[in-house]
Design a protein around this ligand. Sequence first.
Ligand SMILES: *Cc1c(COP(=O)(O)O)cnc(C)c1O
Length: 340
Amino acid sequence: MEVNLISDTVTRPTAGMLAHMMETPVGDDVFKEDPSINALEEQVASLFGKEAALFFPSGTMANQTAIKLHTQPGEQLICDHYAHIFNYEGGGVSFNSGVSCALIEGERGRITAEQIKQRINPSDFYHSPKTALVALENTTNKGGGACYDPEEIKRIAALCKEENLPLHLDGARLWNAMTATKTSPAFYGEMFDTISVCFSKGLGAPVGSALLGTKEQIDRALRIRKMLGGGMRQAGYLAAAASYGITHHWPRMEEDHQKAKALGEAVKAVDGVRYLAPVDTNIVIFEFTSEAREKQFMEHMQKCKIQLISMGSGKLRFVTHLDYSNDQHAYVLQCIKQFN
Ligand SMILES: *Cc1c(COP(=O)(O)O)cnc(C)c1O
């Protein structure tokens, strides 16, 4: 048996998803004439209670567009030092928007209203970059799938309102956060000015993300997406996959979280594991006491044909997903137990 647990982006479209893609009507989305894309954008906007949504080829492009929407060159955004927009978008923040990041050392990628407050540069102090945006991530990627407490989000949103700062959510795995914390899309729609969500992770679509905001923001986002080269033609096939993922795969997401919890339990019992991050969603991060022990474990996993990822500085990671079957799960648990 072969098992790939390096990321939840490794999934392939299910038979049902493929069938739905095959029968979906398409048109030229650059002319806004793709009925399936239009339908998806309406579906997602209405789900989150936002005026409008725009389909993107990647989460990176959706985030980069949001940053461009909210900022001017020379300004600064506030985010956690683990943030995807800072670490994993190729330096796009500075390249695309000419913006710098004020980094906060949060807890597993999560920051608080109190911490944000301390990083806002006084608006009359013209020597410092103007603080123009606050960006949160939920769940946190580098933070191991941690979810924000909805109460903290409320405090942050209130602070941003008071300070007249837009608030963006990198919600690549917001589907997982909503599942784990039993929060509704409408809650996030109310709290954040713009939200990006990925369809190509837990929902199992092959490609795609969306950016949500007001009609005015999304009209401007359309022009920015064009400049970034993100206009696509008969991409309705992808939108159909995304829509199918929301309807049919989101409701089963708790299963991924349960499997991740079980993997965490199994890993915790392994001799030589010194740290297991809390398993809030579908990501399991752990560390061994020594490099030698970690190497032995990786070799054992390789022999079992189980793929996981090393995140550097001694951190190993499993990510559960739609294509990780019950049989595979039983097999992986057994292989972990056998390691000693
Ligand atoms: C995956 C991810 C993205 C977007 O990634 P793409 O590969 O560009 O779709 C953005 N933010 C976070 C937190 C992610 O995990």
